[in-house]
Write a protein that binds this ligand. Structure first.
Ligand code: C2E
Ligand code: CA
Ligand code: CA
Length: 608
């Protein structure tokens, strides 16, 4: 229930009148805040016990002194002359403001004193200063702790845990800030990628991989300038942002020293490992460029460096820019062509040299470009691979080959097998086997009528390790397909693995057959491959046979199956049946008496 205000005030007014002095005494004696009255020279006129407790000093001993002589940390205490000259200016001082001071307690410890000051003028004109003081050290230390925690959290969120370099989000922020800096010089970006990091991880284990990443981070820190920011943005990818770069040449020098530093050997528990890095470099030379643009450019430069080789540095200059923009256009046109099923598939015949029969047709993709004309596969398949379109290209080849086989079974010789080039992307596609068998069923084709060529590099990678593609090859063999190792002899450790793979044979690459008729080392190697494959029961196709002489030499070697311009160039699907029915008898044209056996040295067999 509310009391009438008049009555309440009446009681209070009486109380106030009766106890005015004791109220003042109680308040000043029992206040938790220290209260001190000073004259304009800062001399203490009066203080309450809480002030004495706060300062850790005797109340009476403080009277008549300026607190400046005892309350500040020793190294901040003003001289006696400065204290004597001290004056408060009630007009200038902003009364009722809270101020914080580091003060010294009588026992020597430092505390935070929060002071609220006001001034009062007596009727005789005298001014006094009233200070209300409070020890807020605990709050301050909590605040500091909070701030430290906040900073730590911010640092953690911006740091890569393994290397302590900036992480991707810190990089993005730094880059955005740099791009927004007005009047800044050119901005340089380096992208660094460790070569063969995966192999290192696989061979030496993750601890060694981590040690290598930490090594890279350390070398980056040592090499770059103080103003640069180095970040790890993913597995083995690092980016350095270099503000105020004067030229691409300067950036290239930084890039080269980064690559050189990373290439220094690293001693770790697994021994001494040496990593090598490729570096791409790009510079912002235009205010309209976005962070995304510059990252795309530096990435393109990195790709370029990788294509040059380990330890290379490549810069994004006008030449690369032109090539990339051309490639970008080509990429989008290729995507359209693939999705519209607009690629063509040609067929190149393969013949048995013993019977003179056509025994195979290799399916080879072509792109009839509306502006650029016919583009050979070597020019656009790398782009298709980059775009992840390889499986689609090969599914197209598969459909074209099986349609061709159905046509041959109906209208041509039926002992011709069709060959498909199987990229890694095709062979590991989850729908590969289902689509293959589905299309074969639709076209009434059996596995025995299909050959799949697989590049050595697809099955054998990293010199001598065999990858999971081996299982796919085995399944193909189990289902009755013939698999050939394509481009045999082009540098991989094919021979060593031949017996461990479920392949039916090899296709000798045209890079080896181009000089076959010289009867030089290549011819001897081809002869040796034939001997070896005969022993292993492998089928051998020799491609790239261009002339009668090449063919005669191959016959001399004992080659049984041939593909090459000598027989026929790859041809459009519609030309295949007409060609088959009217083809010349090439074997009859060879002057067999001129065939000289290739001087051969049998390969060394364990029992020979
Ligand atoms: P490849 O599988 O080694 O195919 C043989 C290549 O050698 C073909 O080039 C063929 O036209 C060419 N060739 C054949 N005989 C001769 C000859 O006597 N002299 C010369 N100079 N060349 C000859 P093409 O069609 O340009 O294909 C190049 C490569 O592109 C192929 O090499 C293959 O690796 C790849 N490729 C072509 N089509 C496809 C496809 O549909 N899928 C996949 N995955 N790769 C394909
Ligand atoms: Ca091939
Ligand atoms: Ca080849």
């Amino acid at each position: 229930m509310n009391k009438k205000p008049g009555i309440t005030f009446g009681i209070a007014a009486d109380l106030i009148a009766a106890h005015k002095d004791s109220f003042f005494r109680i308040a000043s004696q029992h206040s938790n805040d220290g209260i001190v009255l000073q004259d304009m020279h800062g001399i203490i006129l009066w203080a309450n016990p809480a002030y004495a407790a706060l300062m850790g000093r005797d109340l009476h001993a403080m009277l008549g002194r300026n607190p400046l002589s005892f309350c500040l940390p020793e190294d901040e205490t003003p001289s006696a002359a400065q204290i004597a000259a001290f004056r408060y200016d009630p007009q200038a001082s902003s009364a009722n403001d809270l101020a914080l001071f580091r003060n010294r307690h009588g026992d020597g410890h430092i505390f935070w004193n929060q002071i609220n000051q006001s001034f009062h003028q007596f009727p005789d004109g005298m001014w006094i200063s009233i200070l209300a003081c409070r020890d807020v050290s605990e709050q301050i230390s909590k605040e500091e702790q909070l701030m430290r925690t906040r900073d730590d959290l911010a640092r953690l969120a911006a740091t890569d845990a393994l290397t302590s370099l900036a992480n991707r989000s810190a990089l993005t922020q730094f880059l955005d800030n740099q791009l927004a800096r007005k009047g800044a010089g050119h901005l340089g970006i380096l992208q660094v990628d460790l070569d063969k990091f995966k192999t290192l991880n696989d061979h030496f284990g993750h601890a060694a991989g981590d040690a290598m990443l930490v090594h890279v981070a350390g070398q980056l820190r040592k090499t770059i300038r103080k103003t640069d920011l180095a970040a790890r943005i993913g597995g083995d990818e690092f980016v350095v942002v270099c503000p105020d770069i004067t030229s691409l040449a300067e950036l290239q020098i930084i890039g080269a020293s980064v690559a050189q530093a990373i290439g220094q050997p690293l001693r770790c528990s697994q021994g001494v490992i040496t990593g090598q890095a490729c570096v791409g470099a790009a510079m912002v030379d235009d205010a309209s460029i976005t962070a995304q643009d510059i990252m795309r450019r530096v990435n393109a430069a990195l790709y370029e460096a990788k294509s040059i080789g380990q330890g290379s540095v490549a810069i994004y200059d006008s030449t690369l820019h032109k090539r990339i923009t051309d490639e970008d256009l080509l990429s989008s046109e290729l995507m359209t062509a693939v999705s519209n099923d607009a690629l063509s598939y040609y067929f190149q015949p393969i013949m048995s040299l013993e019977e003179g029969d056509i025994v195979g047709l290799e399916t080879l993709v072509r792109w009839h470009h509306p502006r650029l004309g016919l583009i050979p596969p070597d020019s656009f398949l790398p782009v298709a691979r980059k775009l992840g379109l390889m499986a689609q290209v090969d599914f197209g080849a598969m459909r074209a080959a099986l349609a061709m086989k159905q046509k041959l079974n109906a209208h041509g010789p039926n002992n011709v097998r069709v060959t498909i080039n199987g990229s890694a992307e095709l062979l590991r596609h989850p729908d590969f086997f289902t689509r293959l068998s589905g299309t074969m069923a639709k076209r009434d084709v059996t596995a025995k009528e299909v050959v799949i060529e697989v590049l050595e590099s697809v099955v054998i990678h990293d010199q001598d390790r065999v990858n999971p593609m081996v299982t796919t090859i085995k399944r193909l063999a189990d289902e009755g397909f013939t698999t050939l190792l394509d481009d045999f002899g082009t540098g991989h450790a094919g021979l060593a693995h031949l017996s461990t793979l479920a392949v039916g044979g090899v296709k000798i690459d045209r890079s080896m057959t181009s000089k076959i008729c010289d009867c030089g080392p290549d011819a001897k190697i081809i002869a040796m491959i034939h001997d070896l494959c005969e022993d292993l029961g492998f089928y051998v196709v020799t491609e790239g046979i261009e002339t009668d002489e090449d063919a005669a030499t191959l016959i001399g070697i004992g080659g049984k199956t041939v593909q090459g311009y000598w027989l026929a160039k790859p041809m459009p699907a519609d030309d295949v049946i007409p060609w088959l029915t009217s083809r010349p008898d090439l074997i009859a044209a060879i002057d067999r008496s001129a065939i000289a056996p290739v001087p051969r040295q049998r390969y060394l067999r364990a029992n020979s």
